[in-house]
Design a protein around this ligand. Sequence first.
Ligand code: FUB
Length: 823
Amino acid sequence: MNKHYLMGSMALLMAGALHAQNPIVQTCYTTDPAPMVHDGRLYVYTGHDEDKADFFWMQDWRVYSTTDMVNWTDHGSPLAIETFSWADDRAWAAQCVEHNGKFYWYVCLHSKLSNAMAIGVAVGDSPTGPFKDAIGKPLHDGSWDYIDPTVLIDDDGAAYLYWGNPNIYYAKLNPDMISIDGEVHRMEQTVESFGAPNPEARVKGKKYKDVYTEGPWLSKRNGKYYLLYAAGGVPEHIAYSMADGPLGPWKYMGEIMPLQDTGSFTNHCGVIDYKGNSYFFYHTGKLPGGGGFGRSVAVEQFDYNPDGTFPLINATREGVKPVGTLSPYGRVEAETIAWSEGLKTEPNAVTGVYVSDAHDGDYIKVREVDFGDRAPKRFIASAASALRGGRLEVYADSIGGKPVAVLDVPGTGGWESWRTFETSVAPTLTGVHDIYFAFKGRKGCKLFNFDWWEFSREEATPDVRATTQAASTNIPGVEYPRLDAQRRAHFRFYAPQATRLQVDCCGKKYDMQRDAAGFWTAVTDPLVVGFHYYFLLVDGVQVADPASYTFFGCCRVSSGIEVPEGEEGDYYRPQQGVPHGQVRSCTYYSETTKAFRRCMVYTPAEYETNRKKRYPVLYLQHGMGEDETGWSTQGCMQHIMDNLIASGECEPMIVVMDSGDVEAPFSPRPGKDVEEERARYGASFYGVILDDLIPMIDRTFRTRTDRDHRAMAGLSWGGYQTFHTALPHLDKFSYIGTFSGALFGVDLKTCFDGVFSDAARFNKQVHYLFLGCGSEENFGTKKMVDGLREMGINATFYESPGTAHEWLTWRRCLREFVPHLFK
Ligand code: FUB
């Protein structure tokens, strides 16, 4: 073919397409339309012919909706054969009706039970689902002509179901809408009522007025009942009968849509009034590649004749006129389309339906977009590409000339890895326009998927990233949370489906604000330096932020944010030139708990080279909310140890961290003695450390095994466990530390068999007793130290300035404590 001829005919085709409005869906084949109006919106429920089909191999049903009759939003396929466990094939014609706030979708499909066709019913709470099989079995099963259900709910609330090919069956529905009231009847067909007698009475070769075939549509208007149907055998036209009651007697009225060039040997109609107009939905084979098994829904506007009869209606390419405009200010789904070429749509469980399969030259037209008298400044869109992306050119009124906006879309790492992009808009865009989205990019490959778009009259908000830095506790490559110079944390989280999001940081819950793209943001008050746990509350459910490394804290998997100190925090950070020890994860079997356990063991850098040397050991415990990993993650103990050992302030030592066996926050059982409850809580730990852990460590590592070379310390509840382990076993420990120790109501004179009552003995046995806490917490540490000192006990007290019950207190306590060990 001559290239000029080809280009000329393509241009003609394009010019035709630019004015076409039928079929109303171009992204897939749609069949057997069933319109319904709900809440000011017109929905059309359709069947779905497969691409390149050679029969009605239909798998699912689809839903589209509009408020202006020209832009149709694709709601995907909320109902499929799989919804009905008793069915296995042929998702054929169907109709959805609303009753008492529920949506009943009557379908026909092939039944496994009867090996014939059956009527089923699905129910949902919204017009777009989700839907489920309402009764778990067919409503009516067992014959090849049980197809094409149509339902009318009359003004008195009674519901009627018609179906059949070539017989017409009918039944009354019970008020529950999911069971049949009484018998199923076969409608008597006569020349007067339907143009021909019952199928078995028809004389072969005889010409009848008409022949009922299939696809009934029952409706009522101004007190008159209408039964529209596909007629004439194949190829089908649309004819109708009228009656004064829902069950007849019917009078044949003639054709509505005569046989014509629709490209499909079936036709199937649905009729509805909307916004003051009457609309006739039908299907043709007119979408490119379509035909008898590749049908597409179309719509025409018509006026009833003054006597309530139908006029003749012909299929057109132009379709219907708009009855509304579309606002571009606010998120518009990309699958809201007046006309498109080359594109498909796909569903996603989170973001809903999106436009896919975009190649260079494909486009979407959206009609009647009303920009008002103040032009937008920005165009914003959500797109995703697993390849190299492409360009979205936005045109007003026709493709060509200067685009009003051009959006470059790079690869985003996946076909559903959505990112929001924006660009400026030509300042002249006011009034009502048809908008075209033209996909541009490398030829011959998929470019990008397109989820939604909007125009905005607002200037872009300044990018917070310029004045903040990503938290060091974020997983690699993730930008949020971020911290600013005032130590405020900026959180941003993508949750387009969520209705409420909060961030719980340092015990305060901050409400997050959602933007049009589905991103939620919040900024905290200035935070204290150091490490803090935080959580997201998504619609009331507490979850860890997937952007953060996770830390075991608060008795669960938590997110954490490190608010950086200045160089005063260098002691807990790895330093250049400092030899680094190792933190090992060791598995061992505990006879006490009859289970394998894990402990973390720090060995100093020189442990690897000083092969003959044996080392003293510090047993270091976490608090009530953490586990054995706490000290080597949020606690940074290995860096504290490395730095102190390298500077000579501290003896090289092994540090062992195990689980304190605390499983949930301490909560004494009602009516029980609190002290006894405390003793029960994590009680297995005492046997573990004394009988399993210490022997295992002494067997496995080059340790010094005498009491003079063994220390124990712990934070918060770990301080309690330290006192309860070490004080009754001073034959095993000679250095003791508590950091914010949970030691309440202790009678110093009598506790631990009166260990403090003989100060001289205690001071001889215990080489160093350290009690630290934060200045902003009130754990009674200072009072206990004062009491001990009054009794003559040598006790060191340390108060961490400006910190509360938090990791910075405990990092500082560790730094103060370990230089005094084993000297
Ligand atoms: O779509 C499958 C069948 O084709 C329908 O059930 C009939 O009405 C005809 O349109």
